[in-house]
Design a protein around this ligand. Structure first.
Ligand code: G6Q
Length: 546
C-alpha cells in the first residue's frame, strides 16, 4: 500500500513540524523517566532509543503507521515462505536457514528444512576435515590458508563475521578476495603456499565476472605449482553456488560443491553454505551459536509487541527521520574494532534492499525511501567524520554499537572505549550552549574579544539523534542476533514503504553493462556503441598504456 494514505502519515507530518524546533534537552527535562522508558532488551542486545527526536505521540503514530501498512502480516508472509519477492517470483527464506524449530517451512508445497540441514551437515563435515588436518592438498600437506573468492553478498557477510569473531578463530587463516583488480588476488597469494591453500569460490549465480576472473587466475596459480596436473583442482577448489552446470563447467567437482537456493538473497546468505568460511574459521559449534542468535531474534521479531520489538523500533525510527525530518543518511558507528566491516555489510544490506523508487506493484513512490548508510568504527570516526555530525548542516542519526566484552578477552582499554562511545552520543544530543562555551573560555583566561570571535565556532547546537545498542558480549550468538536485527529492521522499513526489499535490478544492470564494455575495450565493434561520453572514455583507455 501507499503509506501516505494512512491517517498516521498525516499526523506524523504535523508532529514533525512541531518537533523541528524542540530540543532533546528540553524533552528529557520534561520527562525524568524517558531514559528508562525508551529502552528495550532482547537476545543479549540492550537498545537505548531515548536520544531520538521522538515523543510518545510520535511513537504512537509510528506504531499506528506500521499497523496500517500491515507490517505484522508481511512478517507472517515472509516466515511462511510466501513469494514476497514478487519481481523474481521467489520466497524470501533466509530465516529458514537458521530455523531451529520443528515446524516445516514450505516453498511450493515442499518443506525446505531437510535440504537446509542436509547441506549444512555437509559443510560441517567438510570444515571438520579441513580444520582437523584430514583434508590434504595435492602434495599431501594440510591446509593452512583458505581464500574465499566472491563479491557482494558472497563476500561481505562472511568477511564481516570472520573479522568480528577473530579472537575466537582456531582454524586455518581466512582471506577474502573480491576485487577484480588482480592486485587483490596477487597480494593475498603472495605469502601463501599453493600446496596448503584451499579456495572457496562463492557465487550464487556462478556467472559473476569478477569472481570467475579471480577464480580462473587462482586456478592458474595452483596449476602452475602442480605442474599442470588438473587432479590438484579437486583438492584445492570448492564451490558454493546454486548453479551446478556452471560449477561443473568451471572444473570443480560437484562433490566439492555446496548448494543453496534461489530463495536466499545474496546479501542475506551468510547463514547458508556461503557461511563456509565462517565454519572453517571457527568450527560448526560456533556457527550453530551464530544461527541460534539469529533464530532467537527471528522469534523475538515475530512475537514481541511492536513497542518492544527491536527491529520494529529501529525500522520505524528510520522512517521517521527519512520521511518526516528530512534526513537522507544514517551512520553506523560500531566501537569494537572487530566490527570494522559491519558498516560495509549493513550498507549493502540496507541500500540494496531499500534503495528503490517504485512500490512492489510498480507504482512510483512519492516519498523518500532507503537512506544512505555509511560509517566506520566510531572511535576512528571521532577523529574524522564526526565533525560533520556535530556541527554540519545535515541531520544524520547515528547507531552507536558497542559490545561490552569479547569472549575470553580482557581489554585493559575497556573503560576508555566505552567512555568514548557514551560521550559522543551525549555530546551529539546535548551540544554545547553559548553560556557553556563562554564559561569554559573565561575559565581558561580568554579575553572577551577572543570569546566573541570564537563563540560561533565553538557552539554545538546539539539535538542530534542517536540510538545506542549495547551487546553483553561479542559472542557468535549475540552477533547472530545483531545481524538478524538489522535484516529485520530493513524489512520493516521496506514493508512501510511498500517496496520489494529483495530484488536488486540496479546491481543486475551493472553486471550487464560491464560485460558489453569489456568487449568494446577489446575492440569488438559488433557490440552496440554506448553513449558518447562512455565511448570517448573507451577510446581514451584504448590509447592508454596497457
Ligand atoms: C546481493 C546482490 C549482490 C550479489 C553479488 C554476487 O544481494 O545480489 O551483491 O551477491 O553480485 O553475486 P553472485 O553470488 O551471483 O556471484
Amino acid at each position: 500500500m501507499n503509506p501516505t494514505t494512512s491517517a498516521a502519515w498525516s499526523a506524523l507530518s504535523t508532529q514533525a513540524q512541531a518537533l523541528k524546533t524542540t530540543h532533546l534537552r528540553d524533552i528529557f527535562q520534561k520527562d525524568p523517566t524517558r531514559a528508562q522508558r525508551l529502552t528495550a532488551k532482547a537476545c543479549g542486545i540492550y537498545l537505548d532509543y531515548s536520544k531520538n527526536r521522538v515523543t510518545d505521540e510520535v511513537l504512537a503514530q509510528l506504531f499506528k503507521l506500521a499497523e496500517d501498512c500491515k507490517v505484522q502480516d508481511h512478517i507472517k508472509a515472509m516466515f511462511a515462505g510466501e513469494k514476497i519477492n514478487n519481481t523474481e517470483k521467489r520466497a524470501v527464506l533466509h530465516t529458514a536457514l537458521r530455523n531451529l524449530g520443528e515446524t516445516p517451512v514450505k516453498v511450493d508445497g515442499q518443506d525446505v528444512i531437510p535440504a537446509v540441514r542436509e547441506v549444512r551437515a555437509r559443510t560441517y563435515a567438510f570444515a571438520k576435515r579441513v580444520r582437523s588436518g584430514e583434508w590434504l592438498g595435492f602434495t599431501g600437506k594440510t591446509i593452512t590458508d583458505v581464500v574465499n573468492i566472491g563479491i557482494g553478498g558472497s563476500d561481505l557477510g562472511p568477511l564481516m563475521v570472520v573479522e568480528a569473531l577473530k579472537p575466537l578463530a582456531d582454524g586455518p587463516r581466512l582471506h577474502f578476495v573480491s576485487n577484480v583488480d588482480s592486485l587483490h588476488l596477487k597480494q593475498t597469494l603472495k605469502s601463501l603456499d599453493p600446496e596448503r591453500t584451499l579456495f572457496i569460490v562463492a557465487s550464487k549465480t556462478f556467472t559473476t565476472i569478477e569472481t570467475l576472473t579471480n577464480a580462473r587466475s587462482a586456478r592458474e596459480w595452483l596449476l602452475e605449482a602442480a605442474k599442470g596436473d588438473k587432479s590438484a583442482i579437486a583438492r584445492h577448489f570448492v564451490a558454493v553456488s546454486t548453479n551446478k552446470e556452471k560449477v561443473s563447467e568451471f572444473g570443480i567437482d560437484l562433490d566439492n560443491m555446496f548448494g543453496f537456493w534461489d530463495w536466499v538473497g545474496g546479501r542475506y546468505s551468510l547463514w547458508s553454505a556461503i557461511g563456509l568460511p565462517i565454519i572453517v574459521a571457527f568450527g560448526p559449534d560456533r556457527f550453530d551459536e551464530l544461527l541460534a542468535g539469529a533464530y532467537e531474534m527471528d522469534q523475538h521479531f515475530q512475537t514481541a509487541p511492536l513497542t518492544q520489538n527491536l527491529p520494529v523500533l529501529l525500522g520505524l525510527l528510520g522512517v521517521w527521520y527519512v520521511d518526516f525530518l528530512g534526513s537522507s543518511s544514517h551512520v553506523i558507528a560500531p566501537y569494537n574494532q572487530t566490527l570494522h566491516r559491519l558498516p560495509a555489510f549493513l550498507q549493502q544490506l540496507d541500500m540494496e534492499s531499500n534503495g528503490k523508487g517504485v512500490r512492489a506493484d510498480g507504482s512510483s513512490v512519492e516519498y523518500a525511501t532507503g537512506p544512505v548508510i555509511w560509517g566506520e568504527p566510531g572511535i576512528n570516526g571521532q577523529h574524522a567524520y564526526f565533525q560533520l555530525l556535530h556541527q554540519g548542516t545535515h541531520l544524520i542519526p547515528v547507531d552507536f554499537i558497542l559490545a561490552l566484552a569479547q569472549p575470553g578477552q580482557v581489554d585493559p582499554h575497556r573503560k576508555t572505549l566505552i567512555a568514548s562511545c557514551l560521550a559522543q552520543a551525549s555530546a551529539l544530543m546535548n551540544g554545547k550552549t553559548e553560556a557553556e562555551v563562554q564559561a569554559e573560555m573565561r575559565a581558561k583566561g580568554s579575553s572577551e574579544a577572543q570569546i566573541a570571535e570564537l563563540l560561533p565556532h565553538r557552539v554545538f547546537k546539539g539535538n542530534r539523534p542517536s540510538s545506542t545498542m549495547l551487546l553483553d558480549e561479542l559472542s557468535p550468538r549475540s552477533l547472530g542476533a545483531l545481524i538478524a536485527l538489522y535484516e529485520h529492521k530493513v524489512f520493516v522499513q521496506g514493508s512501510v514503504w511498500g517496496v520489494n526489499s529483495f530484488d536488486q535490478w540496479g546491481v543486475e544492470l551493472g553486471k550487464q553493462l560491464a560485460t558489453g564494455i569489456e568487449q568494446r575495450l577489446g575492440g569488438n565493434a559488433t557490440e552496440p556503441a554506448y553513449d558518447a561520453s562512455t565511448e570517448a572514455l573507451i577510446r581514451y583507455v584504448r590509447n592508454a598504456k596497457p
